[in-house]
Design a protein around this ligand. Structure first.
Ligand SMILES: [Fe+2]
Length: 282
């Protein structure tokens, strides 16, 4: 098959044509996809038609499918490879999925675990008439945009990533006993491209190390705006399949009408512990 690569914006995302992800991807095409994915951070495939079984193999060119960590009682079903991102409820009023309503702030998926998933894919099954766009920020660009002094100030430091899916207020460093959390490098060196990416977000970053809570809050307040950039806004069409690199991008969701149905299927690809740019460069 001939693979066509069409960049979406100047800084991020490319649409791929000529690939049917419901079928196994041959070696040459896989190499092309992988190179494009590392270059553009996000790939879009339109008009895909996939069963759940085909979806489970759709990112085999990139790595091993990751198992879903979210507890079954919070996500509607017990499939460990595909999660439904949806606001739809069944006849008994029980949600068929999770993470389904309204706006969502910029974040990296699974950043509160030791080895966050390297990729996430989303596949559009049912869409509202308007809204619900997914926004993507390129974190290489975020790092590049930092003033020299800020780059120096955060070099080699770590950020506390927390999430428990129920807490609205982020816990302080001495309140973590029951909260999934992990200290990640605030500047990540990408293991393939070697490029530096800023790694933090307003949804899950509770602190930066090396100072008091007040100093941490102050510094994070300076850093957050750099990560909240829209390099690519995806307006969903049925059959769209989007797959992005969690190590060098963040994503967010725009609001959509609460009384309209939306269903996306989501899966992830296993990753390794993140590399600190300082250590990697030593
Ligand atoms: Fe997410």
């Amino acid at each position: 098959m001939t693979v066509e690569i069409i960049p979406c914006t100047k800084t991020m995302a490319a649409e791929i044509r000529g690939v049917d992800l419901s079928q196994p991807v041959d070696d040459d095409s896989a190499a092309t996809l992988l190179e494009a994915w590392h270059k553009y951070v996000l790939l879009l495939f339109r008009d895909q038609k996939m069963t759940d079984q085909q979806l489970k193999n759709s990112a085999a060119w990139l790595g091993k499918t990751s198992q879903i960590a979210m507890p079954v009682d919070r996500r509607g079903d017990d499939d460990i490879e595909i999660q439904k991102v949806s606001n739809i409820r069944d006849k008994a009023g029980k949600p068929i999925g999770a993470l389904g309503d309204g706006e969502m702030w910029f974040h990296h998926d699974n950043s509160f675990t030791e080895a966050p998933d390297k990729a996430t894919w989303l596949y559009a099954v049912e869409l509202p008439s308007t809204g619900g766009n997914t926004l993507f920020g390129n974190c290489y660009e975020s790092y590049e945009a930092l003033p020299k002094e800020l780059k120096k100030e955060i070099e080699g430091r770590k950020v506390l990533q927390v999430y428990d899916f129920t807490i609205r207020e982020k816990p302080r460093r001495n309140e973590l006993a029951d909260v999934p959390h992990y200290w990640q490098p605030v500047v990540v060196q990408h293991p393939v491209t070697g490029r530096k990416a800023l790694y933090l977000d307003r949804l899950m970053t509770a602190a930066i190390d090396g100072g008091s809570d007040a100093e941490s809050d102050e510094l994070l307040g300076q850093l957050f705006p750099y990560i909240e950039r829209i390099d690519y806004e995806h307006e969903w069409q049925l059959g769209d399949y989007v797959i992005w690199d969690n190590r060098c991008s963040v994503h967010a969701r725009r609001d959509f009408p609460a009384d309209e149905r939306r269903l996306l299927k989501r899966g992830k690809v296993e990753g390794d512990p993140l590399l600190s740019a300082k250590i990697a460069a030593a």
